[in-house]
Design a protein around this ligand. Structure first.
Ligand SMILES: Cc1cc2nc3c(=O)[nH]c(=O)nc-3n(C[C@H](O)[C@H](O)[C@H](O)COP(=O)(O)O)c2cc1C
Length: 193
C-alpha cells in the first residue's frame, strides 16, 4: 500500500530555488508508489500568525487553515523541504507550522534541506529537529541535504548530480520504515489526541 506524505516547502521568494527540491521529492515518492502532496506557502497564503487553528471554534477557522488542517491530518508523514536563512528556519515555513499543532501528532518527519552554499541547509535542520517534536513529529535520524541547489537540480526538479538519487533512496527507505511503523502503532490508539 502506498503512503501519503505531505511535502512541506517553506519559501515564498519570487526567485525561490528550493521548489526544485520539493518537486524532485514529490516525483521520488511517486516513483516508489507513494503520493506526495506539495504544501506550498504561496498556494496556502497564511498571514503572519495571529490565532492558531486550535484557537478557533470548530468550523470557524479561515478556509485556508481548514484546507491545510485537512491535508496535515490526512497524511502518514511529513517531508520538510527547508532552506537555510541566516543559519535558521525560513520564516514562511515556521509560520506555516506554528499555525497548527495536534494535526501533526504521532507521525514522523524527514528533513530535506538545501542551500546555495556547500553545507546544504543542515543548520536549519538542527533547528527543525529542536522545534518539530514539540508539535508531535518525530524527526528520523538521517538528513537529506543538498548543496549548490541551483546547479544540482533544474527548474523541474531533475537532478544533475550523481549522488542525489542514491542518497534519496536510502533516506526514503529509512523514512518509510518510520512511517509504516508509526502507522501500524496508531491503529491500536494513541496516548492522547
Ligand atoms: C534571507 C536569506 C538568508 C540566507 N542565509 C543563508 C545561510 O545562512 N546559509 C546558506 O547556505 N545560504 C543562505 N542563503 C542563500 C540560500 O541558500 C539560497 O538563496 C536559497 O536558494 C534559498 O532558498 P529559496 O530559494 O527556496 O528561498 C540565504 C538566503 C536568504 C534569502
Amino acid at each position: 500500500m502506498g503512503n501519503t506524505i505531505a511535502v512541506v516547502y517553506g519559501s515564498v521568494r519570487s526567485e525561490r530555488q528550493g521548489l526544485r527540491v520539493a518537486r524532485f521529492i514529490v516525483e521520488a515518492l511517486k516513483a516508489r508508489g507513494d503520493t506526495g502532496i506539495l504544501v506550498d506557502p504561496l498556494e496556502y497564503r497564511l498571514p503572519l500568525l495571529d490565532r492558531m487553528y486550535k484557537e478557533y471554534e470548530r468550523g470557524s477557522a479561515p478556509a485556508v487553515m481548514e484546507r491545510l488542517a485537512d491535508v496535515f491530518r490526512s497524511v502518514d508523514g511529513f517531508l520538510v523541504v527547508s532552506g537555510e536563512y541566516n543559519h535558521g528556519i525560513p520564516p514562511a515555513l515556521k509560520n506555516m507550522f506554528d499555525h497548527f499543532m495536534n494535526e501533526f501528532f504521532w507521525r514522523p518527519a524527514g528533513l530535506v534541506t538545501y542551500s546555495n552554499g556547500r553545507f546544504g541547509g543542515v543548520r536549519a535542520a538542527m533547528q527543525l529537529r529542536a522545534t518539530l517534536p514539540e508539535q508531535g513529529m518525530i524527526t528520523i535520524p538521517s538528513l537529506l541535504p543538498f548543496g549548490n541547489v541551483a546547479e544540482t537540480f533544474d527548474e523541474n526538479g531533475v537532478p544533475h548530480a550523481d549522488y542525489v538519487r542514491a542518497s534519496t533512496k536510502t533516506f526514503l527507505d529509512e523514512f518509510t520504515w518510520y512511517v509504516e511503523a508509526l502507522r501500524a502503532r496508531r491503529v491500536g490508539g494513541v496516548p492522547y489526541e
